[in-house]
Design a protein. Structure first.
Lengths: 537, 474
């Protein structure tokens, strides 16, 4: 087993080293961990938590966060050529970084609203210098630990991960220091003597760190918070060295993409919109760096964490809608030896009589559309609200598909109309599968299974009959046996999972059930609406 | 709600008694005190009579002395034909000057008049007018929409009475303009404590090339102070290392020295553009504010912050008065071109540095310190004279009594690019220079070294060959 140790020039590596993970051998899938410094390589014991690793992690660790808005005035003789302003830019940034480690920096630690804010003073030097200077009684007994301030509340990321609310740090500068000479005020005028242009840089730093709960607050600030801020400043400086737009605005956002147990932060140049080429290229690069899937948006600004209690989005309409009602269902599909292909991601269950709106008898397709729309919203493809019936009708009138009299009516809509609305509101294109007779539906199983495997979006079943939402298929391609996971929008009851399951409002349906009843009627035609997942990031 | 006011026993009531005993029957001046926090009583600490204006009394009677009513003849004459005249402009100017000397929490709360009842009744509109002019003088430069109400204390004799009234200036003089207030007297200096702090600041204003209205530098600096004021509002205050002002705590029974903390790199509203220069106001200000033991921190901190801003403004105003005064004299004496003080110029090309007046504190009453500003070239005598005149203080100031926190020193010269790039750049530049010179020097040494080595080699070779030749020859 060969291990290549790449220690970069950073001094901190000389003490802390790198953690290396490697496979024991080509056949064995287990990982072994080593701690390597420039002098030695030692084995590290690892413990695997197959259950909920997040819970174990956050019992011992906590999150630290610091948001800083900096408005940096940059003076240079010109801004067309990097050589004109690069020296001034570097000097301005190194000045800022010096201030971070200066004598006048103070920090307020904020936990939850119940614990009082505390000011941490003292000089926060680099960990190297700190140790060299002989540990001047900064770690006294009175020093508080991060755990003293940890809020007890948690927040949930959009992928269901639960994390503790972070400790907030606010940076301040001491304006009343009395050392050296405190000169009485004086007025000065300094002429520029040549070309001088001022450009204001707006920098929004947002750093997040993971720290052990028993770490002292002072050490946390000097080794984690200030180091992270410095790193972000250097990253922003490098972005600005390439080009400085007229009104530079760099902003850091915090994300928690799937597969990560902790948040990460990314810097975006707000001068370019979300869909502009430069931003898309930048996002592609970030996706590649983090090994994230390249076909769904995970690092758009809409996905950024804002650390409110309920990241899933407030239930604006007041009702607590159920999500993912097919999960943990007690009944099975009844197909033996079949391959189950289900919807990916999350959705919300929309059905009759919700939001105190009586659409019983005519609104089933509308409700199915709302379920599909909620899927796109929860997968962060859009920030728009799920449209109500009126809005849906409005859109169909607006694009010319329906007469103005359609608005306010109780007319049905079909798969075609749904595809129009999805295209208009979300830019989502859809495939339509026409089936002339209910008896032919099982033949389409293979295609539907492929849809769920590749696209994973919910499917709407419309046509000459009632509308349904299809969440998955269970298909045995040898025997031809199949079952369809149907979510029925005709449900008129309350938001109770057991009732929904017991009544079969969400359940596996076979084309012909045990009593011989057909689910898909042979004399009716069916249209399947297959929304295509936008292949964008 | 009736305004409730409490006057200091010694310096208000007993002062008036002593004035009456000395035979004075008419006096006008200012009432200095502190507004209450919340619903308590406003406090008057002391009365300061307005000094004479070049020998003439500020308040005097014009007209004939009162005639006896001829009871026999039944002629109904006016018992008083004298009318009260007050030098309103002088009073307002006095108020403005005294207000500069007051520290945080203490302000000119109104005026007082020592006169008989009848005089007061007859001159109420005039007194209201005077109060209004004082309010205008105190309000100068502030951004408030309406003038604050001022108190009007009336001390009458025969019988000796104190009447306190509130003057409001929302509309013209009317029946509701002067309203009575509750008055009582008590001793109150014992509970007063001082909160002080040193505030370092570095205020920069870029002067843009394309600004249509060329402002004078002085006005630019005054607007810079407005920006600084907003920053100071957001400052967090530390006392003994703990945050204060966040809850409802009271200041307690001791004096405090506090620290002000501002958010890191707080924004100062710069705009993009071509810049011709940088106007800067920097240095350290010692500020202080007084509060009672039972006052909440929030109130005293607000007073302290207001004191910082007022001190900055006062210094610029003092300079402005002086420059304007010099300008007047120059215009009078030399009819030709007068060189404008750089602060008053609109087109600025030359670099300059100007020290602002320095603040010093002197003891006033019962341990309360007030302040004055020492300008360039002034001495302790000048300050002492000013205090005596403005505050009606008898004894001269001793040097040992004066407290100076702001230091006088030479201001280092620096250039535009030094300041805008930051210290790092100048360090780099000087390091570069040192590096360059050392490289040059070492290059020279190398050259010398190489030359000398060559010379050595040549001489060795030469001796060798010469030696060989000799051997070959001989």
């Amino acid at each position: 087993m060969e291990v290549a140790l790449a220690v970069n020039g950073d001094d901190s590596c000389k003490k802390s080293g790198l953690i290396i993970a490697c496979l024991e051998s080509a056949d064995n899938q287990s990982l072994k961990f080593y701690h390597g410094t420039s002098q030695s390589l030692n084995t590290v014991e690892s413990v695997v938590h197959p259950g909920n690793p997040g819970a174990h992690l956050w019992k011992k660790m906590c999150l630290l966060r610091c948001k800083l808005h900096i408005q940096l005035p940059l003076y240079a003789s010109g801004f067309d050529n990097p050589s004109d302003y690069s020296r001034q830019l570097e000097a301005a940034f190194s000045n800022l970084i010096k201030k971070l480690r200066g004598d006048a920096l103070y920090c307020i630690v904020e936990g939850s609203s119940t614990t009082p804010r505390k000011v941490v003073s003292g000089i926060f030097k680099d960990s190297d210098n700190f140790h060299q200077s002989g540990n001047k009684s900064h770690t006294t007994q009175g020093d508080s630990q991060c755990s003293d301030f940890c809020p007890s509340s948690v927040f949930t990321s959009s992928h269901g991960l639960q994390m503790p609310m972070p400790l907030n740090f606010v940076l301040l500068i001491h304006q009343s220091l009395e050392k050296g000479i405190n000169l009485a005020p004086f007025a000065e005028y300094l002429p520029a003597n040549g070309e001088a242009i001022l450009r204001v840089l707006n920098l929004d730093l947002d750093i997040i760190s993971v720290a052990h709960r028993e770490l002292s607050v002072h050490e946390a600030i000097s080794s984690l918070i200030l180091t992270a801020l410095t790193d972000q400043l250097y990253a922003m400086r490098d972005m600005l060295l390439e080009e400085i737009p007229e009104h530079p605005e760099l902003c850091s956002y915090v994300f928690c993409p799937p597969g990560f147990a902790h948040p990460i932060s990314c810097i975006y140049n707000l001068n370019y919109g979300e869909s502009e080429f430069k931003t898309v290229e930048w996002r592609k690069l970030l996706h590649q760096r983090l090994s994230l899937p390249m076909d769904r948006p995970l690092l758009r600004r809409a996905n950024a964490l804002s650390f409110t209690q309920n990241e899933f989005g407030a239930q604006k309409q007041g009702t607590q809608r159920l999500s993912n009602v097919h999960v943990n269902m007690p009944t099975s599909s009844g197909v033996v030896g079949g391959q189950c292909s289900l919807i990916h991601g999350s959705y919300e269950y929309y059905h009759y009589l919700q939001d105190s709106f009586n659409d019983s008898g005519w609104g089933c397709a509308y409700r199915s559309l709302q379920t599909i729309f909620s899927w796109f919203k929860l997968q962060n493809y859009t920030v728009l609200d799920v449209p109500m019936h009126g809005k849906i009708q409005e859109i169909l009138v607006k694009i010319g598909d329906k007469e103005p009299s359609f608005k306010g009516s109780q007319n049905w809509i079909g798969a075609i109309e749904l595809s129009f609305v999805l295209d208009e509101l979300l830019g989502v294109s859809s495939k339509i599968l026409n089936v002339r007779s209910g008896a032919e539906v099982p033949e389409k199983c293979r295609e539907l299974a492929l849809h769920f495997e590749t696209q994973g979006t919910p499917v709407m079943i419309g046509g000459g009959v009632l509308a349904y939402t299809l969440l998955g298929v269970d298909y045995n391609d040898t025997t031809g046996d199949c079952a369809f996971l149907i979510l029925d929008p005709h449900y008129t009851g309350g938001e109770d999972l057991r009732t929904i399951w017991a009544g079969g409002w969400c359940g596996w349906k076979k084309p012909v059930n045990s009593k011989g009843e057909e689910f898909f009627l042979r004399d009716k035609f069916y249209n399947f609406l297959l929304p295509q997942r936008p292949n964008t990031i | 709600m009736v305004r409730a006011v409490c006057g200091e026993q010694t310096y208000v009531e007993e002062y008036v008694d002593s004035v009456l005993q000395s035979g004075v029957t008419l006096q006008f001046g200012l009432a200095i005190g502190r507004l209450s926090s919340g619903s308590g009583r406003d406090v008057i600490f002391s009365l300061i009579p307005t000094p004479k204006n070049e020998g003439g009394d500020v308040a005097r009677f014009e007209g004939e002395p009162p005639r006896e009513i001829d009871k026999k003849k039944g002629i109904k004459g006016k018992s008083v034909t004298q009318t009260l005249q007050i030098d309103i402009d002088w009073v307002a100017e006095h108020a403005r000057q005294v207000s500069k000397m007051l520290v945080g929490g203490i302000r000119v709360l109104g005026c007082f008049i020592l006169a008989s009842e009848s005089v007061f009744k007859a001159s109420a509109p005039l007194l209201w007018q005077t109060s209004k002019m004082v309010a205008l003088a105190l309000d100068e430069g502030s951004s408030k929409a309406a003038l604050d109400d001022l108190l009007l204390l009336h001390f009458s004799f025969g019988p000796r009475r104190t009447l306190c009234r509130n003057c409001s200036f929302e509309s013209g003089y009317g029946s509701s303009s002067i309203r009575p207030c509750e008055w009582k007297a008590a001793k109150m200096f014992s509970n007063l404590h001082c909160i002080s702090c040193m505030y370092n600041f570095d205020c920069r204003v870029p002067i843009y090339a394309n600004e249509s209205s060329k402002q004078q530098l002085l006005d630019i600096l005054l607007s810079a102070i407005a920006v600084e004021a907003r920053l100071i509002e957001s400052a967090v205050v530390l006392s003994d290392g703990c945050l204060v002002g966040e809850d409802k705590a009271l200041i307690g029974d001791v004096d405090h020295k506090v620290d002000l903390l501002l958010p890191f790199e707080s924004s100062r509203d710069y705009k993009n553009g071509a810049v011709t220069g940088l106007a800067m106001l920097s240095g350290s200000i010692q500020a202080c504010a007084y509060g009672f033991s039972r006052d909440p921190w929030t109130r005293v901190i607000a007073d302290l912050k207001a004191d910082i801003i007022k001190s900055m403004k006062s210094r610029l105003e003092i300079l402005r008065d002086e420059i304007d005064g010099m300008l007047q004299d120059q215009k009078v004496t030399a009819g030709g071109e007068s060189s404008l003080n750089p602060l008053r110029q609109t087109e600025n090309n030359a670099e300059f540095r100007y020290k602002l007046p320095r603040r010093l504190f002197f003891p006033w009453l019962e341990g309360v310190f007030l302040c004055d500003y020492l300008q360039e070239g002034e001495s302790l005598q000048d300050v002492s004279g000013r205090i005596k005149e403005l505050l009606n203080v008898d004894k001269s100031l001793q040097e040992s009594e004066i407290l100076e926190y702001e230091q006088d020193g030479a201001v280092k010269a620096r250039s535009f690019w030094d300041v805008t790039a930051g210290i790092a750049d100048t360090d780099e530049k000087s390091k570069q220079k040192v590096l360059n010179t050392s490289v040059v020097v070492s290059k020279n040494f190398v050259a010398i070294g190489v030359l000398s080595f060559l010379v050595l080699v040549l001489s060795v070779l030469a001796t060798y060959f010469l030696g060989i030749r000799r051997i070959l020859k001989g």
